[in-house]
Design a protein around this ligand. Structure first.
Ligand code: FES
Length: 82
């Protein structure tokens, strides 16, 4: 089963894998960032309000983070930079 990344409406990025060891989160220098909670699905902040970045701590609710848009296919085919 593939690793699944879910863009949660008005919330975090949920990352699920059958085996949590398949997911390794690293910083910009390649250093491993330890999981916030063993055995739980990984949830990454995309609102910027979390106090435990890069993980979500639920602060998006108080921050009023709103991303009501459904996923859309990118129209720009230029490779993303860093
Ligand atoms: S997405 Fe949850 S705290 Fe930012």
């Amino acid at each position: 089963m593939p690793i699944t990344i879910t863009v949660r409406k008005n919330g975090s990025l949920g990352i699920n894998a059958e085996d949590a060891a398949q997911i390794v989160l690293v910083d910009h220098e390649g250093n491993v960032i330890p999981p916030r909670a063993e055995g739980r699905p990984m949830s990454l902040c995309r609102c910027g309000a979390s106090k435990v970045k890069p993980y979500c701590d639920g602060a998006h609710k108080e921050a009023g983070f709103c991303d009501p848009l459904d996923a859309v296919a990118p129209t720009d085919t230029t490779p993303a930079q860093g």
